[in-house]
Design a protein around this ligand. Sequence first.
Ligand code: MLT
Length: 257
Amino acid sequence: MRLSFDEQGTGPVVVLLHGFPLDRTMWSSQLGMLSNHHRVIAPDLRGHGQSPTPPGPYRMEDMAADVIETLDAARVEPPYVVGGLSMGGYVALAMAERYPDRLRGLILLNTRAGADSPEAAANREAKATALEQEGSTESLAAMVELLIPETTRNSRPELVDQVVAMIRQTSPIGAAGALRGMAMRPDRLDVLRRLAVPLRVIAGADDAIVPEAEAQVMAEATPQGDLIVIPGAGHLTPLETPGATNTAIRSFLERLT
Ligand code: MLT
């Protein structure tokens, strides 16, 4: 499936994959700040933003195949650096598993390699069913309290509004498809153990969704891995701390050239 995407700049390609239930606009600072030396491409994953919304579930490998199809259709030459935040990280891991030759480097932000526990998977199914019955993603807007720490919510209400608007614009069908697909994903720590390209893991010190220990496990799974923990940041490092996040991404990209 071909996806809608934004792109900016010329040079080595960096592909950025957004989290759930957000869209490509979460990467606007990265498009602005990394495009001096790179061609930065940010797609909307299926069921999100302006991309098509087929019936779910959306397995991470289906979303990975969409990204590859979209890049091929745009004649983007591999290898490229792929970066993904949270659900986008799950998709990036599926890309590393299925299309290892396409990658020049991998950036995993605020994400984990492990599978859902049975309880977490059951919660996702319950949420997906509720969203379909409600016919809206309004009830997901409360997630903002997990995505953004309280201090930032208080000091930057405009950021809260931006994230809530993204959540509300995601369709209930798309969100349900993604929830069911995330529940189906396998543990992909082995993908990192086999990874043949450099890995940078970026974590928020105050991430309420992914504990720092999970980031550490990923960074240590491969000899070419490292970890940068951003102080004062929660789950949405690119939006909450764009300067520190861009520095962490840029220093990794410089290491590759
Ligand atoms: C995300 O930010 O993409 C989600 O929190 C991921 C998840 O629910 O596992």
